[in-house]
Design a protein around this ligand. Sequence first.
Ligand code: FAD
Length: 502
Amino acid sequence: MRKPDNAIKKVIIVGGGTAGWMSASALANSLKKNSVDITLVESDQIGTIGVGEASIPHIKTFNRHVGITEKDFMSRTQATFKLGIEFVDWKQKGHQYFHPFGPYGVDMDGVSFHAFWQRLQTCGHSDTLDQYNIMAMAAKQHRFRHPVQQKNTPLSEIGYAYHFDSALYASYLRGIAENKGVRRIEGKVVNTTLRNDNGFLKSITLENGQTLEADLFIDCSGFYGLLIDKVFKVPFVDWSHYLPNNSAWAVGSEKLTSQPPFTRSTAVEAGWQWRIPLQSRTGNGIVYSNVHTDDQSAQDTLLQNIEGKLVGEPRKISFKTGHRAQFWVKNCVAIGLSSGFLEPLESTSIHLIQSGISRLIRLFPDLDFEQIDIDHFNEQSVTEFQQIRDFLICHYKVTERTDSSYWQFCKNMEIPDSLSRKLSLFESRGRIFRENEELFNRYSWLAVMVGQGLTSRGYDANADIYSEQELKKRMSDIKHIIDVNAKSMPEHGAYVENYCKM
Ligand code: FAD
C-alpha cells in the first residue's frame, strides 16, 4: 500500500513550447484532484522552435482530454482539415500517391480488402488504391466533410487531423493550464542542484537567482535537453544512418487560393519539401541532409517551389534524428524534442508528446519512484520510436530514385531487421501485420509500401473466395460508391469558412 504522505506534491516543467504546454494542461487536468502544484518555467529570450503545423488524428483525443472543442481550437489556431499526405516525386519523378487517414475499400468475408485489390492487379487491373479510399478521392477535389454517424457508407470512415499554427496552440494551452492553476514563471534556467543521497534533481536556479524545488521535473526544453542531457548526461541513440536528414529551412507564404485538405510532401534532390495550408497562410519548409547538399542550394530549392509571395524570411533549423537512451531517469522525464526527434515526414512529433504525457499519467510516480515503472516507461517509449522510425525509413528505402547521391544512399542503406521483415512479408504475398499496437496501421503501411513502388510476388490465397467475375463486380461497386460520395462532399475552404473561421 502506498503511504498517504508519499504523493508527489510539486512538479516543475522546464520549457513552454508545444511539449511544455501540452504537458502542463494535461497534467493539470489529470492531477486536479491530487492538488499537485505545477510550475512551468520558460524563457522568452530563448523562444520555441516555432515549427510543427501538421498533425495526425490522435490529437483530437488530446484536445478532448483537456476540454478543447474542435471549433474553438480550429478558429483560434487558424486551422484547416487534413485528410492525409500527398507524396509527390517520392517513388520516381512525376509520380504521386496519397497516404490517407483511413481505410481502403471494405474487408469482405473476413479477408482484407487489399488482398482482393492485389489479386485484381495480378489479373492486369490498373485501378489505383486511391480510387478505393474516400479521403484520397476527396483530397484530389479539395473537398471535406466530417464523418457521418451512419452504417454502410464510406462517409462514416472519414479520418482526419488538422494543420494549425503551433505557436497559437501553445498559447491556447497556456490559457487552459493557467486556468487550472498552473503557475508560469518567465526566466532562463542557468543552474541545477542534485540531492547528495540519491542523485535526484533537487532544484533549478533562474538567471535572476530564484531557486525552485520540486519532486518531479519534466524536461520540455526542446533540442537543448537542459535536464536529460546537460544534467543527467543520458546518451543519444543516433539514427542518422537510417534517417539522414539533419537540417531544415522553414518559411511562410500567402494562403493558397483553393485550400487543399492535405499536406503535400515533395521529394527533392537531397530531401523533401512540405506545404501545409493554414487559414491565414501556407507553411513551407525543406528538410534535407547537409551531407548531400549545402544550405544555400537547399534554400534555393525551397524558394523555387513555393506558390505565392513569401511571408517572413526563411529560418534555418538543425537537428539530429534519434532518441535519448532513457526518456525517464531518476525524477526527470523528457517529453518533446528533448527526448528525441524522428524528422517531420509523417507529422508524428506532436503525437509522441501526447503519448509520452499519457504514458506518464498512467505510470505517475510517488516519492518512491519505483524503478519498474521507470523501466516500463522507457521500454514503451523506445518501442514507439522504433516503430515510427521503421515506417519513416520505408519512404526512403523503397524508391526507384537514383538521380542523386542522396537517393542512392537511401536506396542502398542498411535498414533495421524489423523493417526488412515487414517489407519481405509484403513482397511475398502482400501481407501486412500491425505489431504491438504500433501507431501506423495496415492502411498506412499499404499506402506507403505500394505508393513507394513495393510489389508482391503473389497475393494472399484467401482472396480466392470469389470468382473473378464476382470480385470485379464487387470492386467496381465499391469504387463507384466512393466516387459518388467523394463528389457529394463540400469544398474544403468553404467548409472551414462556415465551420470555424479564424
Ligand atoms: P521547443 O518548441 O523548442 O520549446 C522548448 C522550450 O524550452 C522553449 O519554451 C524554450 O524557451 C525553453 N527553454 C530552453 N532552454 C531553456 C532554459 N535554459 N531556461 C528556460 N527555458 C528554456 N511536429 C509535428 O507534429 N508536426 C510537424 O509538422 C512538425 N514539423 C516540424 C518541422 C521541423 C523542421 C522540425 C525541426 C520539427 C517539426 N515538428 C513537427 C516537431 C515539433 O516542432 C515539436 O515536436 C514541437 O514543437 C515541440 O517542441 P518542444 O516543445 O519540445 O521544444
